[in-house]
Design a protein around this ligand. Structure first.
Ligand code: GLU
Length: 290
């Protein structure tokens, strides 16, 4: 007997750290189109863990902007659904349970090095900002394998990192980019799962949620391909099924620079104020390469 493929479940996972930008909007539009074409369900999850950067007014504006653009989701903040809550800030117990599992399995270690220590040790400047910008963690900073782990404690005050299997080659087939490969310990190193300000890392929260919400395909920007390899290790460590991945090209401006949130002129709000219509934007997204 053939087991039917699970119904398509996609997600939009915006971070309410600023006004929704054209570049992100295109990725979300692609995600929504893929869910629609598959006759699937689209989930909206607000990635609002970062209390410093997160602002309530941005979260409301983000949902409003996505609706204005014509995107619709069947589960999410305000809509509800079987996997509520859909705000990461309300899902901390799930992340904590996953952290405890990694701790019990001895797969993580505490790290008191600063970002500057790491950058000095690798002797290279590191540019970029975002969830995917972690430099390769120096091996000499790692405690020896098998060293007893201190307890996590109720409140976490150090960084906890996943010890990656050095030299292991990881692979997945991307829906748009085709075969992808990376080597643990070379292309990415021991990465953060929990921060010393007691906030789960993007990598951990994302995997816990995509698994718990039954997401079958993750559509996101191709700046996150390296994160996908890190996340493959977390799926394995947590015994969760790995979804399919589809990484979209990021829209670039006329100078070839990635559109980023700091280009305020290209926020959906600004364009809307200038009289740009959702239909015009969707046509522009459909015409963009990829
Ligand atoms: N929250 C991330 C963003 O807004 C997306 C992360 C993901 O799709 O996995 O860029």
């Amino acid at each position: 007997m053939v087991t039917p493929a699970p119904a398509y479940r996609g997600r939009l996972a915006p971070s309410p750290t600023g006004h929704l930008h054209l570049g992100h909007a295109r990725t979300f539009w692609v995600a929504a189109e893929r869910a629609r074409a598959a006759g699937g369900t689209l989930v909206l999850r607000s990635e609002d863990l970062d209390a410093v950067r997160f602002r309530l007014d941005f979260a409301a504006a983000m949902l409003e902007d996505l609706h204005w653009l014509g995107l619709d989701w069947q589960e999410g903040p305000g809509v509800g659904g079987p996997h509520a809550p859909y705000e990461q800030s309300a899902r901390r117990p799930l992340y904590r349970a996953a952290l405890e599992r990694l701790h019990a399995a001895g797969l993580i270690f505490p790290c008191t090095r600063t970002r500057r220590d790491v950058l000095e040790a690798i002797g290279a400047p590191h540019e970029g900002a975002g969830p995917d910008d972690e430099p390769v963690y120096p091996r000499e900073f790692r405690p020896p394998a098998g060293a007893p782990l201190p307890p996590l404690g109720a409140t976490i005050g150090v960084n906890w990192r996943l010890r990656v299997p050095d030299g292991e080659e990881l692979a997945f087939t991307d829906g748009r980019l085709g075969a992808q490969r990376a080597t643990a310990g070379r292309d990415f190193g021991d990465f953060l799962v929990w921060r010393r300000d007691d906030v789960p890392s993007y990598q951990l929260a994302c995997v816990v949620d995509d698994a718990a919400m039954g997401i079958t395909e993750v559509v996101r920007g191709d700046d996150l391909v390296r994160s996908t390899f890190r996340q493959l290790l977390l799926y394995r460590a947590l015994g969760a099924a790995v979804p399919a991945f589809y990484h979209c090209p990021l829209l670039r401006d006329a100078l070839g620079e990635r559109l980023a949130k700091r280009h305020d002129a290209l926020s959906l709000r600004t364009l809307r104020g200038q009289g740009v219509t959702p239909a015009e934007l969707r046509a522009r997204f459909a015409a963009a390469e990829g």
